[in-house]
Design a protein around this ligand. Structure first.
Ligand code: SF4
Ligand code: SF4
Length: 330
């Protein structure tokens, strides 16, 4: 096995710090073995790029939009792409007619979450920059160690940073993970490398994380009132396939709340108004009303640990959330 992947023998790349030997087939929360590219595509959404989707994720979000990439059990050694090969292909695609037509100017690593693949991505970027001084974006859920974040800052031009909620129990109910490391990393990023922050992104789920908007915005504006925050429209998806989509008015209200909390650069995007049911299931081991709703949905679909905490959960290897198969792909 390649030397640059040797740290996967005792993986502590993200805040779960599982310490498992991913090269020997042991799985941590992300269930990612060696880094595998699920797909790559030219993407016209800013920052325009060749987006490279890495398999696996260290979260188990109920509303995952890329569940087929994030939650497949990643054992696909046969699909491994040598970093130099991916680097050459990436540069070629960006410089192709199609790449130029959309204005693509960077490699954009997404997923799943690219965090479990950091050593691989570092090598791809190194190889790519031997060819040309290419820009690189890293798309993160923020749940990595501080030392991983510093590594990411070393090779990135821009960072798109998702924050799922502000209150810990809302964040746990949605993702299965605590929020503190995410907020710590958001703060570190703004204080130390704000020029690399493309934007914070917040997927607005009606009734679930709406109440967190003001608190998160105040948290961010206390660090720097100019940081950009974009609300993305939730659509019924994955484990939350029967929950209702957010309405345009709710996105506009979130923008207003964020501005009232002191942020100056706030926007929303996505496709609002997708119908769904509004089944509300109440899980009592949460405090925030939105956490009760998301926790209730998780419990209904088989999550056994509440408040959700995937790394300490006895069902980790047989997680009904991770294995959930929605009736439709939206
Ligand atoms: S969940 Fe995080 S620490 Fe655990 S194996 Fe995956 S990347 Fe490593
Ligand atoms: S069952 Fe356990 S591992 Fe699965 S989502 Fe719930 S807390 Fe996480």
């Amino acid at each position: 096995m390649m030397e640059y992947l040797s740290e996967l023998k005792e993986c502590t790349l993200c805040q779960w710090r599982c310490g498992v030997d991913r090269l020997k087939g042991e799985f941590g929360v992300c269930e990612t073995g060696i880094p595998i590219v699920a797909s790559k595509t030219l993407h016209p959404a800013p920052p325009k790029s060749l987006t490279i989707f890495m398999e696996g994720c260290n979260f188990r979000c109920l509303n995952c939009q890329n569940w087929d990439i994030a939650h497949s059990k990643c054992t696909g050694k046969n699909n491994f792409i040598e970093p130099r090969k991916l680097a050459i292909e990436g540069i070629e695609k960006i410089n192709s007619y199609s790449g130029k037509r959309i204005g693509a100017d960077r490699l954009f690593f997404s997923g799943g979450s690219p965090t479990p693949s950091i050593p691989y991505i570092e090598r791809v970027v190194e190889e790519a920059r031997k060819i040309e001084d290419i820009k690189v974006n890293f798309d993160t859920n923020g749940f990595m160690t501080k030392s991983s974040l510093k590594r990411v800052l070393d090779f990135t031009t821009s960072i798109t940073f998702d924050i799922k909620a502000y209150h810990d129990d809302v964040h746990r109910a949605i993702t299965g993970a605590p929020v503190k490391p995410v907020l710590r990393n958001a703060e570190y990023l703004v204080e130390n490398a704000v020029d690399k922050l493309w934007e914070f992104r917040y997927l607005l789920i009606p009734g679930v994380n709406e109440e967190d908007v003001f608190h998160l915005s105040r948290f961010l504006s206390d660090i720097d009132e100019e940081v950009p925050l974009n609300f993305l429209a939730f659509r019924p998806n994955f484990v939350m396939e029967n929950y209702r989509g957010v309405e345009k008015g709710e996105l506009e209200k979130a923008v207003k709340k964020a501005k009232d909390a002191g942020l100056q650069n706030v926007s929303w995007s996505g496709l609002p108004g997708i119908k769904g049911n509004s089944t509300v299931l109440d899980q009592t081991r949460y405090t925030q009303p939105g956490a009760k709703i998301a926790g209730g949905i998780a419990e209904d679909k088989g999550c056994i640990t509440h408040p959700r905490d995937c790394n300490s959960c006895t069902a980790l290897k047989d997680c009904k959330i991770k294995r959930y198969e929605p009736s439709k792909k939206t």
